[in-house]
Design a protein. Structure first.
Length: 294
């Protein structure tokens, strides 16, 4: 009975023009609102995407600006450091007390620490420096200032030379072969000239450069196998051969003690070791004379 009544009511609604029109109006309003909501959602998504893009762009610009500011800060710090040293020199000309003398000694000791750090990175023993005490009562203010100024300039030059001059061991170990004439290691009985030193090593042991400079070659080099060549001051070069891995690229600037590769047995080699050469004006010289500060 209920089903018949429901079907009858539905037929009356469909046959009623006024009711049918109201239903169409409701449906039209619903679709219009749905389209409006959809359009608003797409608009919000578009705004969010534009905002994210602009924020990302602004972040990159801020990072670049921060980098420029950091560079300016470092430059200002260097200027402040130089200015501070100049002020110390000026004030020292008016104050030759033991306190100022100790201030200069501390500055000098800082440079000596750098020197010893360079030596340690090369596997060399540090050097103990002895400073002479100055009797302020017997020295004039100008002489007192001149002594420490000359001492300071000398140490600045010494620090720079030690950093750029090949010195010490590319790896701390014993030798398997020396510079000069030797028997052919491949056992054919001939005598050959060996232009460097061979250091003992295991596959993968670290190899470090003995001075700051510029990498002028990085790759395969015939009998040297994987090889790195670095140019230093006074037209001096250091070569590192038979590497299993190269950690630097051609044109790269390297600092003393930096890892440049790993021990290997590439090229003309009988086993894992490091071949190390020092060349001056293109000619191989005995690296042994560069192993110590003397």
């Amino acid at each position: 009975m209920n089903l018949k009544q429901n079907n009858f009511s539905r037929e009356r609604a469909l046959n009623n023009p006024g009711l049918r029109e109201r239903l169409l109006q409701v449906k039209t309003i619903y679709l219009t609102r749905l389209k409006t909501v959809t359009a608003v959602c797409f608009s919000l998504i578009a705004v969010l995407m534009v905002t994210v893009f602009q924020l990302n762009k602004r972040t990159k610009m801020q990072e670049a600006e921060n980098g420029r500011l950091m560079a300016q800060v470092e430059a200002l710090q260097d200027q402040l450091s130089e200015g501070s040293e100049r002020l110390d020199l000026i004030s020292a000309s008016h104050d030759s007390t033991s306190h100022k003398a100790l201030t200069y000694i501390e500055s000098i000791q800082s440079k000596l620490s750098k020197i010893n750090n360079y030596l340690t990175k090369r596997g060399l023993r540090s050097i103990a420096f002895k400073t002479n005490k100055i009797n302020a009562s017997k020295e004039t203010k100008g002489a007192h200032l001149d002594v420490y100024s000359r001492y300071n300039r000398y140490l600045d030059k010494l620090v720079d030379n030690i950093a750029r001059m090949p010195m010490g061991y590319p790896r701390v170990s014993g030798f398997t072969s020396f510079f000069g004439s030797r028997g052919n290691p491949f056992g054919d009985g001939r005598i050959e000239f060996h232009p460097g030193l061979d250091f003992k090593g295991r596959m993968g042991d670290p190899v470090k450069c003995t001075a700051s400079g510029k990498v002028i070659f990085s790759g395969r080099a015939g009998g040297y196998g994987n090889c790195v060549k670095i140019r230093h001051t006074d037209n001096i070069e250091t070569w590192y051969g038979h590497l299993s891995r190269i950690n630097v690229r051609e044109g790269q600037r390297v600092n003393v003690g930096q890892l440049i590769g790993k021990v290997g047995s590439t090229g003309r080699s009988t086993g894992p070791h490091l071949h190390y050469e020092v060349r001056r004006n293109g000619k191989a010289v005995n690296p042994k004379q560069y192993l110590s500060l003397n």
